[in-house]
Design a protein around this ligand. Structure first.
Ligand code: UTP
Length: 271
């Protein structure tokens, strides 16, 4: 069973400047709720019991959001507003599940994942990238089902336009397992249009094996000088570790770019 999840939040958020110059993007509201709460609700509904946040000093506000008890209890003493009480209860529920670990320099997603090594207890764990919202389906829950059936690593996937492959991790299909699941034989971080093995991209949900930590500890920087999780996954695939791409049925909302963030709020308001 997958009971632990990790969420990297230590990036710079440059694509959302100026909103992110002082404010962490994960706390930006999407239809009246901080983006990170959509991710936490997805985890809880998927049966996750413990979540590790990878933050940086600049993202300390994320921790403060969950540790603001005094403020809430004072307000609730004065105003017995049921809405505030229920919001506070929700924050307490989240707080009980979350551990924080620091990545002091944004060296890449792979380096962020490596920081959680000592917290992971089982053979597999879930990773969610908070910029990637998936609505109309609990993608993590579906991926956990795929994992339980196959005892393999799983990555969320979707088809993208060929001319946008340079933005994503793109994988090579080995075998179709069923309508939504594919065994993969390679994955490449941000390939050129010419070199892309397909138009199938990896989206920010991963069920990873603990063997990824050994790979990451030796991982050299790749594209753009960053240590990418995709490169460590590629090494594991080359060593015959089984990875399945799950073509999720929900709708993907990219909250990491300004246009995507604005669109996400409009889409969620329609739900
Ligand atoms: P991205 O590279 O897509 O986003 O990282 P970013 O760095 O936050 O923002 P931009 O690209 O400057 O606009 C994907 C996820 O991985 C985390 C980010 O916080 C984001 O949630 N991340 C990235 C880390 O935790 N550490 C890193 O070193 C890099």
């Amino acid at each position: 069973m997958i009971k632990q999840a990790i969420i990297p939040l230590a990036g710079l958020g440059t694509r959302l400047l100026p909103l992110t110059s002082v404010f962490p993007k994960e706390l930006l509201p999407i239809n009246g709720k901080p983006g990170i709460e959509y991710i936490l609700d997805e985890c809880i509904e998927a049966g996750i019991k413990e979540i590790v946040f990878i933050i940086s000093k600049k993202k300390k506000m994320v921790k403060d959001y969950f540790y603001n008890d005094k403020f809430y209890t004072n307000i609730i003493k004065k105003k017995k507003d049921p809405r505030i009480i229920s919001e506070y209860k929700k924050i307490i529920k989240y707080k009980k599940m979350i551990k924080f670990v620091y990545q002091n320099k944004p060296l890449g997603t792979g380096d962020a994942v490596l920081k959680t090594k000592k917290y992971i207890k089982d053979k597999f764990f879930l990773m969610l990238l908070p910029d990637d919202l998936i609505v109309n389906q609990n993608c993590s829950k579906s991926m956990i089902k795929v994992h339980n059936r196959n005892r393999a690593s799983v990555m969320a996937s979707m088809n993208v336009k060929k001319n946008t492959v340079t933005r994503w991790g793109v994988y090579k299909l080995n075998k179709k397992l069923n309508k939504r699941d594919y065994l993969i034989s390679d994955v490449v971080e941000k390939p050129s249009v010419k070199k892309a093995p397909s138009n199938k991209a990896v989206i920010g949900r991963y069920i990873l094996p603990v063997s990824i930590f050994a790979k990451l500890s030796k991982q050299k920087p790749g594209k753009g000088g960053e240590i990418h999780i995709t490169d460590a996954i590629q090494s594991l695939i080359y060593q015959k570790e089984k990875f399945i791409a799950h073509n999720f049925s929900g709708k993907y909302l990219d909250c990491g770019t300004m246009n995507g963030y604005i669109k996400s709020a409009l889409e969620i308001a329609k739900l």
